[in-house]
Design a protein around this ligand. Structure first.
Ligand code: SAM
Length: 310
């Protein structure tokens, strides 16, 4: 299935693309956002990151007709600064993040992202990394599993699920997505099972975030992106998880505040070097949410580096 990008027009609008600018798409995926950026460039350049070979192949197809003003980097976006430096890039006009996985990750049964397909428990976006979901499920302590399911998945039956996983793996390792789905279901009361939404959704999300170390990668990358931004440059982030949004919100707030010890009064002429383009989070329209279920949890935030004379 083709990946339908969320908040497509809004992201491009808020990047405020200059024809000669240097832009970074940290999450190339199927390449739709990247194609949008490229169609607005004349002499500028786009550097596009993805850690997933399959996504890169898809994007190459999508970008075939967009000319050659782009460079694809197979990298984790946590290495943003060093990877750009290798390309001779020290500052940029805009950085885009459209976080999470693509629809085709879920559709590709053998990647183990989906509770709907039976497959080995994998969930790595970068298949060269060693930690898989199978390692997490079979080696983490019950307490660690509980913490992950609670904090990354907001799963209220985390203790029961963690306990059952540990009990089951003492007999034999848990190898597949369907084995895990059965264990999750067996850990929940009937009432919870009959609720809307798949019972394994939250645990699968939590495992994916752990396996790909998604939250630390985002924080490190955003800190680097803030440093790389030129005056009038922007960072646009679309996130799908409350913990991701919290990282973005806190970093953008810090960058756009003038930091003072409590006993000092802020002088009116003092300004932070950055501003939040819209303080309130930007959400997809009702129409987009009705059309694309992925859009329901999407939140967009935008940070801009001020110009000297702003
Ligand atoms: C939601 S998709 C992006 C879709 C894209 N905007 C489009 O228009 O098709 C997210 C992509 O980011 C990649 N990704 C997620 N985290 C990453 C990271 N830390 N480093 C590099 N790529 C990452 C995933 O592999 C996936 O292909």
């Amino acid at each position: 299935m083709k990946h339908t990008p969320v908040l497509y027009e809004e992201a491009l609008k808020h990047l405020s693309i200059k024809q000669d600018g240097i832009y970074v798409d940290c999450t190339l995926g199927g390449g739709s956002h990247a194609a949008g950026v490229l169609s607005r460039l004349k002499t500028g350049h786009l550097y596009a990151f993805d850690q997933d070979d399959f996504a890169i192949d898809k994007a190459k197809e999508e970008l075939k007709k967009t000319g050659n003003r782009y460079t694809i980097l197979k990298e984790n976006f946590r290495n943003l600064a060093s990877a750009l430096q290798e390309q001779g890039v020290k500052e940029v006009d805009g950085v885009l993040y459209d976080l999470g996985v693509s629809s085709f990750h879920f559709d590709d049964a053998k990647r183990g992202f989906s509770y709907r397909h039976d497959a080995p428990l994998d969930m790595r976006m970068d298949t060269e990394r060693s930690l898989t979901a199978k390692d997490v499920v079979n080696t983490y302590s019950a307490d660690e599993l509980k913490r992950i399911f609670f904090s990354y998945g907001e799963e209220r039956f985390a203790p029961q699920i963690a306990r059952n996983i540990v009990k089951s793996r003492q007999k034999q390792p848990i190898e597949t997505t369907f084995e895990l789905v059965d264990l999750i279901k067996a850990s929940m009361p009937q009432k919870a099972l009959s609720k809307k939404g798949h019972p394994a959704k939250r645990v699968f999300q939590a495992l994916r975030i752990e396996v790909n170390d998604e939250l630390s990668a985002l924080k490190e990358s955003l800190e680097a992106a803030i440093d790389l931004l030129k005056p009038d440059g922007r960072i646009v982030v679309i996130s799908f998880h409350s913990l991701e949004d919290k990282i973005v919100k806190d970093l953008f707030k810090e960058a756009s505040s003038v930091d003072h010890p409590d006993f000092l009064v802020t002088m009116p002429e003092e300004r932070a070097p950055f501003e939040r383009v819209q303080k309130k989070v930007i959400r997809p329209s009702d129409a987009e949410m009705a059309e694309n279920p992925r859009a329901k949890s999407a939140k967009m935030r935008v940070l801009r580096r001020r110009k000297e004379n702003d």
